[in-house]
Design a protein around this ligand. Structure first.
Ligand code: M6R
Length: 592
């Protein structure tokens, strides 16, 4: 993970700090900056947030070349010594790195055996020492030689004292390059750059980029020029500076984003696949991680009600190393909020290699996922910055429902009337969700009652089970309360042993065909002393009911998750957690 940034231009220190604040969602264990001035390269780094770093930089520090980093620790504990940037021993190079240098142990061994001392436990520091070792009289040659020695995933920005250029090395970790009239920029995230530049390029894998204040040139690792296209980028919204928590702001945006997701889907051409291609499809995968996987799980449960072919949700990191069948009859949807999740991108590569069709479902256009997939559908959720994903989940579900409805129609599994009914039914969702949001005081009260639970279990059947998974993920990641999700019928096969006073069970009961069975499951856990919260349009005995409006049966997943998102938020707030930046996590996971 981690956020990296580098720039050549006026106010490099102030702008790099601004960029790091924006990139903080990618990691907030530590932050650091290296600035080049007439006397060499100066480093400043601190543990914790970018705010701490700002305080550590004397106001007189000035330069027109700076690189910066926000860290999510993978190799080495969270401490100042492991914070980026890293110097080479002679201080003529400084680097920041996002990714993992997989062969760092053997490189470290080689460097140590010729007397290089390491100041950190990180894999990244190796790169700075290699640059020094490889330097003869050309920085480009040293960068190329270093690039050729690295294995793994890396986006690295390099400052040096020998020439005035800024260098970058890229393979499998995101790197966006921007230029304007007065400078050049390297960054992990296109949204961060759009405030300074109107043209960006996404660096391809296995390239070295060399920037001066007028232009950027790209080379493959042998030093041959590579042509890379720049494209216009719209100014994205300012990421920093929301009042209050992003998570709450993003939940409150859900009704409007759902409208936009539906409108955008049709404006951008719907499924946009030829009927002939869809006819051939014999197997559909829905692949993602975390919340994005849960939306695949829910979409698959809905698609199973329409389609008679296999619709299989798979966790991306499992898909990569397991033997799921793929052939030219395979259509795979890759779901990702950030479009940068390494596991998901590796899974795309695998499906492509084996001849399947790859279809990205994301709200981050110009992300790496968009470049590797055959087709891309925007979910129109706009930027999401709280680590806990909320509005993206709802928009993923709206978009997947529309995509799978179109697939079902083209395959003759549903008729035009059914298809129209499903599409129209989405229009009631924003009002239904507004109703849930207006009940937030009740959810906040409930949060107070359950915040000291020893564990919280989420249960549901059929299409309510994925909602249970998402509710559980939300709660555990921001409140740190132990939580698990189960298909309700599975409890009696073991988990029931954990039910006792102090445990909370959240039952999602929207499937009208499962009401009696859910009532039974609720009774089983309540009898054993668990407190039961129920999310349902129906009422159940022995529960605290979070009532939701009745909607089309395909839409409950999009609606019933909202009280769970709010419940997680209020529980975490009441426990005094940092809801937007939970411990040990980061928004975008760009390492496998
Ligand atoms: O950016 P992506 O949607 O690919 O991210 C996938 C997961 O890392 C993400 O959903 C994660 O589980 C969230 N923190 C959940 O709230």
């Amino acid at each position: 993970m981690c956020g990296i940034f580098g720039m050549l231009g006026q106010n490099a220190v102030a702008d790099t700090l601004k960029a790091l604040k924006t990139l903080e969602y990618r990691g907030y264990d530590s932050a650091g900056i290296a600035v080049k001035d007439g006397n060499g390269i100066k480093l400043f780094k601190t543990v914790g947030r970018v705010e701490n770093l700002k305080d550590a930089i004397p106001s007189e520090v000035y330069g027109t070349l700076a690189i910066g980093h926000t860290r999510w620790a993978t190799h080495g504990e969270v401490c100042q010594g492991n914070a980026h940037p890293f110097y080479s021993a002679d201080k003529n190079f400084a680097i920041v790195h996002n990714g993992i240098i997989e062969n760092h142990l053997s490189l470290k061994y080689q460097l140590s055996s010729v007397g290089v001392d390491f100041s950190s436990q990180t894999d990244s520091e190796t790169v700075a020492h290699l640059l020094q070792k490889n330097y003869k009289n050309s920085v480009l040659d040293s960068v190329l030689a270093t690039a050729n020695q690295l294995e793994g995933s890396f986006a690295i920005v390099v400052a040096n004292t020998y020439d005035d250029n800024l260098y970058a090395i890229k393979n499998k970790s995101p790197l966006v390059v921007g230029i304007n009239r007065d400078g050049a920029y390297f960054c992990s995230d296109v949204r961060c750059l759009s405030r300074w530049v109107d043209k960006v390029a996404v660096a391809p894998d296995n390239v070295v980029a060399v920037a001066n204040r007028q232009s950027v040139a790209f080379y493959d690792f042998k030093g041959n020029p590579v042509s890379v296209k720049f494209f216009a980028v719209e100014n994205a919204e300012e990421i920093s500076g929301a009042d209050g928590d992003y998570m709450l702001k993003e939940i409150l945006e859900i009704p409007e984003k759902i409208r936009q997701a539906k409108q955008g889907y049709f404006k951008s051409g719907g499924l946009s696949l030829p009927a002939k291609t869809v006819h051939r499809v014999k197997r559909i995968y829905l692949i993602g991680c975390g919340t994005a996987y849960n939306s695949g799980l829910e979409a698959a449960a809905i698609a199973r009600k329409m389609l008679s072919i296999d619709v299989i949700p798979v966790i991306a990191s499992e898909f990569i190393y397991d033997n799921y069948p793929v052939d030219s009859y395979t259509l795979a949807f890759f779901i990702s909020q950030s479009g940068e999740t390494a596991d998901t991108i590796r899974a795309v590569e695998k499906v492509r290699e084996q001849g399947g069709f790859t279809y990205a479902v994301t709200n981050t256009q110009a992300s790496s996922l968009c470049f590797v997939c055959d087709k891309v559908k925007n979910i129109y959720a706009d930027g999401e910055y709280a680590v806990a994903s909320t509005k993206a989940y709802n928009c993923q579900l709206v978009t997947l429902l529309l995509l799978l409805t179109d697939v079902s129609y083209l395959k003759g599994a549903i008729d035009d009337e059914t298809r129209k009914k499903i599409v129209e039914s989405i229009d009631v969702l924003p009002t239904a969700i507004d109703k849930v949001l207006s009940n937030s005081y009740q959810i906040a009260k409930l949060a107070e009652e359950i915040k000291d639970s020893s564990a919280v279990f989420f249960i549901g059947r059929t299409a309510d089970y994925p909602t249970a998974c998402e509710g559980s993920l939300k709660l555990k990641e921001i409140s740190y309360i132990h939580s698990e999700a189960y298909p309700a019928g599975e409890l009696k096969h073991g988990t029931l042993a954990l039910m006792e006073k102090g445990v909370t069970v959240v039952a999602i009961a929207c499937d009208s065909l499962q009401i009696d069975k859910m009532a039974l499951s609720i009774s089983e856990v309540a009898t054993r002393g668990a407190k039961v919260v129920c999310v349902s349009p129906y009422s159940f005995e022995n529960t605290a009911l979070l009532s939701i409006p009745v909607v089309n049966r395909y839409l409950y997943g999009i609606l019933s998750v909202v009280p769970l998102q709010l419940l997680a938020y209020y529980v975490a707030k009441r426990l005094g957690r940092d809801v937007d930046k939970p411990r040990n996590l980061a928004k975008s996971v760009t390492v496998e």
